[in-house]
Design a protein around this ligand. Structure first.
Ligand code: PHE
Length: 454
């Protein structure tokens, strides 16, 4: 048994870990991204693949990440090094942690842009701009927003500053306090939204779209997106859960905690999807309208339901909040590493990372206007970052982590850290992490490449 402590602090109790990790998992991935990629990839069958990936790939890998973090008690990079050394493996494994910190930065670049949009909608809702709005009006507002770099930069900057402020505060002061009230409230407002969705007359259509498993439309490309999203939505493959795990109490059960986080995260995504597609279908909108889907659809719902201005305002505040608790967690692996490596204070670290992130993110922000002609493999900077991080870098990070934890970390360590209630559960987990998860990720990578270039 080891009783190492993290220099960055520790969660006050088990529930704080659950809250913070759920805060990290539940974010724009659930409310903004999941509906739009489900729309682009034909609905039902895509949703099924996503659910299978959460269960067979996401859940076991989350356990693996948390266990390495808690064992190492340092930033992902240093935890991986220490756990590797403890088990007699190469310290080169630390570069998997390093890759994660960089991936986090790339995600931060486009994530903050979308969060900036959300803040703009918070203001718009607060000012009653969406009262009685129809489809055309709503779409016009979004189009105007993304073609106005000035407006976007303001909200984007506000969001980056908010994120860096929490990063500066560290584990106890920053992350915990931020998560306590907002998460439950988001859930309540989603139920309200879902209630409204049942009155639109298109709830059934939305349900069928999401849960009729029609495999005709499913390509390996879609399977890749579904798998990539299971990493993105659970904050896996880049060290976030490892960093959060490093602040977790030694006695807390990893298995049941991880299960709870995954269930909550999935519920939020499915609820958001059902509500948004009901509004989309009821108003003759296009399910395949890409990253603008949520922001085109929701104002129409809030603009036309009783009390919609208030609910809408609260809802966007919650979405902004969910984005905030996720953005913090995206920076955490890099932040913890900078503090450990250069001995800087959290404040200085947050300032430096915030500035670098802000500058890099401008590329994604401007890719809807000034830089719209700049293409990387046929995608704008924004689309490329979104695609490349979620569908390539995160699954790759997850694949390497599962190989490390499955084959290199000695079973005595993983069994001790996981402390699962039944012996067969551990055996099952070990089999999945050694064979099933890596094979699934590798197969999907290869099949997708063959489909594209074969
Ligand atoms: N899980 C977050 C979301 O769904 C995004 C995220 C990705 C957070 C990777 C941390 C790490 O919005």
């Amino acid at each position: 048994m080891q009783t190492k402590k993290s220099m960055h602090g520790a969660w006050a109790n088990r529930w704080m870990f659950v809250l913070a990790a759920t805060g990290s998992a539940v974010g724009l991935g659930n409310i903004w991204k999941f509906p739009y990629i489900t729309g682009e990839n034909g609905g039902g069958a895509f949703v099924l693949v996503y659910l299978v990936c959460i269960l067979l790939v996401g859940l076991p890998i989350m356990m693996a990440e948390v266990l390495v973090g808690r064992r190492g008690r340092e930033s992902p990079m240093n935890s991986m090094r220490d756990v590797a050394l403890e088990t007699g493996s190469s310290s080169l494994w630390r570069f998997v942690g390093g890759m994660g910190a960089i991936t986090g930065f790339l995600i931060f670049c486009f994530y903050t842009v979308v969060a900036g949009w959300v803040l703009y909608y918070v203001a718009g809702m607060g000012l009653g701009q969406f009262e009685g709005i129809d489809r055309a009006g709503s779409e016009a507002i979004f189009t105007k927003l993304i073609s106005s770099p000035g407006t976007m930069i303001i909200w984007y900057t506000v969001f980056v500053v908010l994120t860096a402020m929490v990063t500066a505060g560290g584990v106890n002061k920053g992350l915990e306090r931020a998560s306590r009230i907002m998460m439950p409230l988001l859930f309540v407002l989603l139920v309200v939204l879902l209630g409204y969705a049942t009155t639109t007359g298109s709830f059934g259509e939305s349900w069928h779209f999401m849960f009729d498993f029609n495999f005709d439309k499913l390509t390996w490309g879609s399977v890749l997106v579904a798998m990539g999203h299971s990493f993105f939505t659970l904050s896996l493959g880049m060290g976030t859960m490892m960093a959060y795990g490093s602040y977790m109490g030694k006695k807390d059960s990893i298995g049941s905690t991880v299960l709870m986080i995954s269930v909550l995260d999935t519920l939020v995504a499915l609820m958001a999807g059902l509500a948004i597609f009901a509004v989309v279908f009821a108003n003759g909108m296009n399910a395949e309208s890409g990253p603008g889907l949520m922001l085109n659809a929701l104002p129409v719902a809030f603009g036309n339901m009783p009390g919609g201005q208030l609910f809408g305002f609260l809802f966007f505040v919650m979405v902004a909040f969910a984005a905030w608790t996720s953005a913090i967690s995206i920076l955490e692996p890099a932040a913890a590493w900078v503090v450990e490596t250069f001995g800087l204070s959290r404040k200085k670290t947050a300032l430096i990372l915030g500035i670098i992130g802000w500058v890099l993110g401008l590329g994604a922000l401007l890719s809807f206007s000034t830089l719209s002609e700049v293409k990387i493999i046929d995608m704008t900077i924004f689309d490329f970052l979104d695609f490349f991080t979620a569908n390539i870098l995160l699954p790759l990070g997850g694949l390497l982590t599962s190989i490390f934890v499955g084959w290199f970390v000695t079973p005595s360590i993983s069994r001790d850290e996981l402390a699962l209630p039944k012996a067969w559960l551990y055996v099952a987990w070990l089999f999945v992490i050694r064979v099933v998860s890596p094979l699934a990720v590798a197969t999907i990578f290869v099949a997708q490449l063959v489909e594209k270039f074969g």
